[in-house]
Design a binder for this molecule. Sequence first.
Ligand SMILES: O=C(O)CCC(=O)C(=O)O
Length: 302
Amino acid sequence: MTPDRIRSLAPSVLSAEQRESFFARGYLCLPGFVPRAQLLRLRAASDAAVTRTRSLVASNMDFSLDPDHTPESPRPSRLFRASDEDPAFWQYASGSPLVELAADLVGPDVRYREAYVNYKCPGSEMTVHWHQDFAFFPHTNPSVITTITYPVDVTPEMGPLMVLPESHTGEIFDHYDDAGAFKGRIGEADLARLPLDRVVSLPGPAGTVIVIDGGMVHGSRRNESERLRPALVIGYSAADAFPYVAMSPQHSDRHTWHVVRGRRPLYAHHQPLRVKVPPAWTSEDFEPIFNMQRDSETSGSA
Ligand SMILES: O=C(O)CCC(=O)C(=O)O
C-alpha cells in the first residue's frame, strides 16, 4: 500500500488532515483516543503485570526487570508478549479503535506485529536512545507503524516518547557499531547529521495514543518523577509488507504476523529501501532495547 492508494479510501477514526499530517511528519499524538472503559481495563492489566513480578527474582521470557528489582519492591522494565499475557491487551490490540487507526494509516488489510509494555520505574536509569523501529524488523515496504498508548497520565518529567518530525522520510540509519554488533541505536556520526534541536516531546493524559512511522527517529529520557511510567507499545504493518527476519521469541506471541483486519494478501508489495538486516533474533542474542543500547553509552542520549 502506498500513501496515494490509502488516500483514495476515506479514513474512519482520523480526519483527512490528521492522516496527511502523519504522512508528512511521521507521527500523530492523539489525546483521549482510548475509550474510558477500555482505558480502565488496560490500566488494570498493566498493574496486574507489575504485581506478578513480585514472584520473580530475575528477568525471564515474560519480564525484563531493573537491576534493583526485589519481590518486595517490584521494578519491571518490560512485559513481553502482552497480548498473550492478558486478554485485555489482545482485545485492545486486535479491536477497534486501534486497528481502525492502523487501517487509516496503512490501508484496510492490517498485519499485527507485537505488543509489549515498557515500564520506567521512578529513579530507573532507563533511557531509550535514538533509533528507528524499521531497523529492528525491516519489511518489503515501509508501510510499518508503531502505536504507543499511555494507560496513565504521562507528564514531561516522566520520560515521554520523543520524536524527530519528518525524519521518517530520510534514510534508515545503521544500528550496528563499528565492531559489527547490533546496538539498537543510531551512532554518533549519524546523530550529528540530524537536526535534534527540532525534537518534539510527547507527554499526554491517560488514554493518549501516539503513532509513529517505522522510519521515525525516536527515543525517550529517564523518568524523573516519583510515579511509574507504563507505555503499551503495539505494532502493525500493511498486510502486504512482509518482514525479512523472524521476531525474537520474547516478542513473538500467538498472533504475531497475523492479519487482524481485511484480507491476507497473495502478493508482497516491494519497495526498495536500503537497510542493514538485523540479527536473527534468536532467544540467545536477543536483549531488550535498553540493555543492548546501554553498553554503548555515549553522548547520543535521547
Ligand atoms: O518506552 C519508551 O519510552 C520508548 C519506546 C520505544 O521506542 C521502543 O520500545 O522501541
